[in-house]
Design a protein around this ligand. Structure first.
Ligand code: RIB
Length: 292
């Protein structure tokens, strides 16, 4: 049995660092440019693996240099890449990230991430059905996300759906996932309802709303709880949500109670923002244990 399987996106992040964010129609001179590994799926896989979990990635990259670079990066982080397919005639996914004014803006071009199909999932069904926890995001086709969640639900496998980038979700999908982890903005898109209190009460111990430096809110069957985030010196917030999800999955397979699991994931996410890049600051288990 494997700890975690991540079904999701694998991107090359093209990161532009600049003091100011260009307005529409404006050109600005920036400070730095780097191409680094990213993609919400791959980031979550690396986050969980650095924390000591046994992780496999299921997804697609292109038959291009970025594809090779992204698979090597996963392998170097001890993520099993046997279920990463290389597809012809479609480039690997890329993300254009602007880091400016202490925040990021991201445009993702899914490329090969959108080549994943139900047939590819079926080909790797053994890997999927041997997982203790399956993590998904929304940078692959929603029909594939629904298919995987159904399979897991029928086979009593826990799922964590990080609904980013957000779209309105079918009620059946919400009902079948074990945990749903939107931020406040994603939450209002998914539910079309901004009353956080009533949403949390409707989905106790399922809906975890991440609020950045304010921490995470959830309902523990008695009332709403807020698990605080740790204060750190922020360098780059890219991938903080991914670190939270990967770390939360690691805590779940280690049988942490939900509040402890959120606290552990908050600590990992706090450490992740102290370094550049989506994966650059993702901590090891020892680093999280030593932190506050
Ligand atoms: O969550 C951060 C990630 O979003 C980046 O690594 C980028 O690839 C996009 O998928």
């Amino acid at each position: 049995m494997r700890d975690i399987v991540v079904v999701g996106s694998i991107n090359a992040d093209l990161v532009f660092t600049s003091k100011v964010r260009p307005k529409a129609g404006e050109t600005v001179l920036g400070d730095d440019f780097k191409i680094i590994p990213g993609g919400k799926g791959a980031n979550q896989a690396v986050a969980a693996s650095r924390l000591g979990s046994d992780v496999a990635m299921l997804g697609c990259v292109g038959n291009d240099e970025n594809g090779k670079f992204l698979i090597n990066n996963l392998a170097n982080n001890n993520v099993d890449t046997k279920s990463v397919e290389r597809v012809d005639n479609v480039p690997s996914g890329v993300a254009n990230i602007i880091l400016a004014e202490e925040d990021n803006s991201i445009i993702v071009i899914p490329g090969a991430n959108y080549s994943i199909t139900q047939e590819i999932i079926d080909k790797h069904k053994n890997v999927l059905l041997n997982a203790k926890v399956v993590i998904l995001q929304l940078e692959i086709p929603i029909s594939v996300v629904e298919y995987v969640v159904n399979l897991c639900y029928e086979n009593n496998i826990k799922t964590i759906l990080n609904p980013a980038p957000a779209v309105k979700l079918k009620q059946s999908l919400i009902d079948k996932v074990t945990f749903l982890t939107p931020n406040e903005h994603e939450c209002s898109i998914i539910f079309g309802d901004s009353n956080v209190q009533s949403l949390l009460s409707k989905y106790p111990e399922k809906l975890l709303i991440t609020e950045g430096s304010k921490g995470v809110k959830y309902h523990d069957n008695l009332g709403i709880k807020q698990v605080p985030a740790q204060k750190v010196k922020v360098v780059d917030t890219t991938g903080a949500g991914d670190t939270f999800n990967g770390a939360f999955a690691s805590a779940v397979i280690n049988s942490y109670k939900i509040e402890e699991a959120i606290l552990f994931a908050n600590k990992a996410a706090a450490l992740s923002v102290t370094k550049f890049g989506a994966q650059g600051g993702m901590p090891t288990l020892e680093q999280v244990k030593k932190f506050c």
